[in-house]
Write a protein that binds this ligand. Structure first.
Ligand code: ADP
Ligand code: MG
Length: 349
């Protein structure tokens, strides 16, 4: 018995000694960063890890491969070989068996469509093309579509005509609609990169695809990840508001009318299109930012809020308690912001 106890204490001693050695020699962590291009835009990934625990080159090539696959094989409407192109070419009434990625994004898009009373509509493609923002853009300079063309484009739309069976992974189109996931696929890619980094046990990262962001944990020396909301003006890049992640895991995505637009007779025509009117948005809301666990959800909601405008967006934001930051354009290039209370805790003054 005494001998057993001695053995036990000896073992415990060795164990404690090990912990102390590990503690003393605790390896310094490093900050890693890489970037590239996907979905017609850029991406940037940063993460913190101890050098011995990770092969940073492998992380970079795995992320690049994941983004390449999601773009070229799933969501691209430019790639002839993507799943979305195949779905768009599938005849009305024919069952299309979809991948997990596509089903999840279509299902989420449907939920956001319902929540935003049709403002978010992934079948907006004919209008996007008509107004000169799509892959088949051919709007002559200074010219606008006619009412008849708008009516015709609208008649080829309606995301409610997409029947999604998530359990069976099946989709059926009830009408010859074309699907455009530009307003949600970047956010979804951010979520998938985060899952990849989670699977490598990385707990501190900053992921950005085309401005849609996910942050987790703290950087070196317990610093927070910080991101900037820029002033929604095309004149010069400046910071409108900074926010910090407070060490938490969440996504922030934004949408604005000030980068991708054209002007005719002093009127701004932006690439966010109101499916109800068939026209590009025309109100004073210049940018919308949404925080969510899911970058895909934040991405889609930010676009939807841009379509809805300030007052209609506020009704949904307050009803469902969504963390949102909306910037309205006033005269003389001045701006005013609306911040919902769950968003405000991340702002840096
Ligand atoms: P960005 O983040 O680059 O501003 P968004 O995420 O706002 O882009 O998405 C804009 C794109 O979404 C447009 O270029 C168009 O393809 C598509 N889109 C435009 N209007 C809508 C809409 N009402 N619902 C869903 N998608 C839309
Ligand atoms: Mg969006």
């Amino acid at each position: 018995m005494v001998k057993d106890l001695a053995k036990y204490l000896f073992a415990l001693g060795i164990l404690l000694a090990c912990f102390i050695v590990v503690g003393v020699n605790k390896e310094q962590k490093s900050l890693y960063q890489f970037s590239g291009y996907t979905m017609g835009t850029s991406y940037d990934v940063q993460f913190v890890a101890s050098p011995s625990s990770i092969d940073a080159q492998l992380v970079e090539s795995n992320v690049a491969a994941l983004l390449r696959r999601l773009d070229r094989e799933v969501f691209s409407t430019y790639s002839e070989n993507s799943e979305l192109t195949a779905l768009n070419e599938t005849p009305v009434g024919t069952v299309f068996t979809a991948s997990d990625d596509l089903i999840k994004v279509l299902q989420l898009s449907d939920e956001i469509r319902k929540l935003t009373l049709g403002a978010f509509d992934i079948t907006v493609g004919p209008l996007v093309d008509l107004w000169g923002f799509g892959s088949e853009s051919d709007l002559p300079f200074g010219q606008l579509p006619t009412q008849e063309e708008i009516r015709d484009a609208k008649s080829r739309m309606g995301a409610e005509n997409l029947v999604i069976n998530q359990a069976k992974m099946e989709i059926i189109k009830k009408k010859a609609i074309q699907i455009d996931l530009s307003a949600v696929a970047k956010g979804y890619s951010v979520d998938e990169v985060a899952l990849l980094l989670d699977s490598l046990s990385l707990e501190s990262y900053f992921i950005e695809v085309g401005g849609e962001i996910k942050m987790n944990g703290l950087k070196l020396n317990d610093e927070e990840w910080i991101t900037a909301i820029e002033t929604p003006s095309n004149e010069s890049a400046s910071i409108y508001q900074l926010l910090a992640n407070r060490g938490k895991l969440f996504s922030i995505a934004g949408s604005g009318d000030y980068r991708n637009y054209f002007e005719v007779d002093g009127i701004r025509y932006s690439h966010e299109i109101d499916p109800r009117s068939g026209h590009p948005i025309s109100h004073q809301l210049a940018a919308a930012f949404v925080i969510s666990e899911s970058a895909a959800e934040a991405d889609a909601l930010a676009t939807a809020f841009m379509v809805l405008g300030l007052e209609e967006s506020k009704l949904i934001i307050e009803d469902v308690n969504i963390p949102a930051f909306l910037i309205t354009r006033k005269s003389n290039n001045q701006f005013e912001s609306f911040v919902s209370s769950p968003f405000s805790s991340y702002l840096i003054n």
